[in-house]
Design a binder for this molecule. Sequence first.
Ligand code: BJW
Ligand code: ZN
Length: 255
Amino acid sequence: MKNSPVRNDVDELRGALERASFVVALTGAGISAESGVPTFRGSNGLWRNYSPEKLATPQAFAKDPRLVWEWYDWRRSIIHKAQPNPGHLALAELERRQNAARRDAAGHGFTLITQNVDGLHDRAGSRNTIKLHGDLWYVQCTGCGAVERNQEVPLPPDNLPPRCRCGALLRPAVVWFGEPLPSQAWERAVEASARAELFLVVGTSAVVYPAAGLAEVARQAGARLAILNPEPTPLDSAADWALRGPAGEILPRLL
Ligand code: BJW
Ligand code: ZN
């Protein structure tokens, strides 16, 4: 626990951002909320009364692959129509500024780590993005393991669940509960977090691990921590700043 009270001061955080050589941002579903993409938790995260914890699992897919694909097809249809919002655009701009001003050996002054699978950071222009939970626009064969891009929206209803050329079921190339995160992405995320001077946690309930643990990795290594969220999160008490409000309003004010 920290001794100093958590601060809610955008101007002060902007100053810390300007001085930091290496900044990391961890984003969650909340950053895409203002683009019209439902978050996972909370009443608007529900789909046909199923909680994401019931659908985003290998067990749910094994039991009813069509149901799980219907959920993903619904989400893909929403995300396909969605546009990046000012929060996504501000993080892409922050990356350009940090990289122009200060570069590490690999040429980076900023790393974006996202739990999101929607691709909106890519579409906003972010380049150095680590995707911890995969990408909704790729499918993976449960038989031969082949991974390929698939942007068909909606998927043909008579072809749900979709199948690979080898005959086995295709699944979304995302990380479900109980599955390990992609090892290279995870290693890069830990390494970046441990090097961060300033660590921003944007639009995540911070209840899903190991992603939420990156904030603690950063803090233990000496980073200052800022939480941007309209609601309290379990990380707030360990943070230097907790800015309460929508990411699409706060992030542009930090630039
Ligand atoms: C706004 C806003 C606005 C709204 N602006 N903000 C330690 C302790 C306890 C449990 C575990 C642990 N370690 C591991 C576990 C188990 C489990 C877990 O964490 N469970 C907990 C839930 C209890 N973790 C796992 O299983 C992980 N795997 C693992 O640990 O593997 C170990 C292993 C090793 C070796 C072999 C085998 C296994 C995997 C986790 C995978 C999570 N997958 C999902 C689905 C991805 C695909 C898909 O999209 O369908 O990832 S679940 C879902 O939750 C999704 C998200 O990325 C993730 C996080 O959710 P997020 O982004 O935080 O969204 P919300 O909805 O929760 O929050 C939105 C926030 O936005 C809210 O706070 C709002 O207030 C805010 N907001 N408007 C800013 N305008
Ligand atoms: Zn196959």
